[in-house]
Design a protein. Sequence first.
Length: 490
Amino acid sequence: MSDIDVLKKENDSLVTKLDVITAVLTAKPIDGKPAMHLQEFKKLVEDDFVKKFAAKEETLSDDAQIHADLQSIAADLEDIIKFPMLFNKHIVAVSGGFSSGKSKFLNTLFKDSNIKLSVGIKPVTAIPAFVMAGEKTSGSTFTRDGRRGSMKPEVFGRIDHNFIESLGFNLKDIMPYMTVEVPFNEEYKGFTHICLIDTPGYNPAKTSETENDIEVAFDALGKAADVIWFVDIEAGTLPESDVEFLTKIMSEGDKKIYILVSKADKKESQIQRIINQIKSVCEDNDISIEGISAFSSNKNKEYLDEDGETSVFKFLEKHNDDKSDITSRYKRLLNKIDSLFEKYKVSINEDLDRIYEAKKSVMNMQIQMESKIAQLEEKLSEVSATGNYYVAHKRGNTASSNATSYEDFELEIDYHSLIHDRSEQDKVNLKMAQEICTAMKTCVKSIFEELNPDARKDIAAASRKKFCGNCGNPLNVSAKFCGNCGAATF
C-alpha cells in the first residue's frame, strides 16, 4: 500500500469517527404526546402499581416478576416511540452465528451498491441495524437515553468491532441501535412493511469488544416478531450451540423461525443433503421451523428445499401487511397487560372465597357457642331459683368450661372482625387493580393512535374487545369467562 493510500485510509477513518460523534452529540430528544403518554404509563407502573397497589396486595407472591414484565411493556412502548418508522413494520431478525452471512445477504437486497453493512470472516456486526426498504436513502442513530440523530447511510458499513475499539470508548453503551432506509432491488422493493434487523453473531470469540454480543443479539431478537436464522453451509449441519439458542428463542415466545443455509456455493446435491441434515436435527430437537432454503450471496441465488419448496422471500412477503401488524402489536400489548392483572384477579378472588368459607365456619361456631351460653344461663338461673348451691358447686366444672367457651367466643368475634377487614381490603385491591389495568391500556391506546392516525379505527375496534389472559382468545367486553379455555376474565 502506497503512502497516499495509507493517508487516505487514515483520513477516511477520521472522517467516519467525526460523522459518528457528530450524530451522537447532535441527537435530539424524542418528545410530543406519545412521549407524554409513555411517561404516564411509567408513572402508573412505579407509583400506582408498585407503591400503592403491590405494597398492600398480599395474595400473590410474584409481584417482582409482574413489575419486571410491566417494565418490559414500557420498554416496548419506548421502542415504538423511538422508532416511529418501524411502527407499521413487521420486524424480522436476521440472526445466527458470527460470519454466517447475515450482513452479506442483506447487502444483496440494496439497489445502491455504495450502501453496505459490515461483512468479514471475523465478528464485525457490533450494533444492531434496522434495515428497511425506502424511496430514498437515509440513516438514523438512537442513543440509550432516547435521543435520535441522523447519519450518512454509507457510514453504517464502517461501524464494526475494530472501528469501535479505535474510538477508545464503547460506542454500544451510548448508541445501541441504528436504522437504515435504502431503496431495495426491483425484485424486493415490495417489502415496504418489512424491517430486517442485522444482529451480531451470538457466538463470537470472546474479546473486550465482543463479550456482550450474545446479550445484544438476544435483546434485538426480543424486538422481532419472527426470525431468519442463518447457518453457514460449511458447518454441514445445525451446530449444537445453534440448537441451544433456537430452543431459547422458542421458549421466549411464539416467533416463527425460517432457516437459511448461507454461502451456498456447492453443488445442488450437496446443498440438499445439508438441508435434509438440518431439518433432521430440528425434528430431533423439537425446533419448529416455517421453512428452509439455501442462498448464495455471491450468485444472488436461492436454492429451494425439494420437499417443501419454501422460499425465504415468500416467508417475508407473507408478513408484508402493515395494518394487521399494527393492530396485532396493539392487541399483544393489551393482552399482556390483561394477563398480568388477571393473575391478581384470580388470586384475590381465591382469597375472597377462602374468607367466605372462614366466615361460614365462624358463623357456625358463633351459633354453637350462643346455644351453649343459652344453656348455661338457663342452668344458672335454675340453680339460683332453687338455692341448690351444692348442685351449683357440682356443676362448677361445667360452668367453668362454658365460661372458657364464652371467652373463646369473644375471640372468634374478634377473628370475625379481622376476616371482615381482610375481605374489604381485598375488594379495594381488586378495584384498584382494575383501575390501574384500564389506565395502562388507555396509555397504550393513546400512543398507538398518536403515532398512526390512519389506524385509529382498527385500534378503536380492538379496544372494544378484551382478550383472555390465559389463551389470548378475543372476548366481548362483557364476557366473564373465556369461551375457548373457560378461564375467568378481568
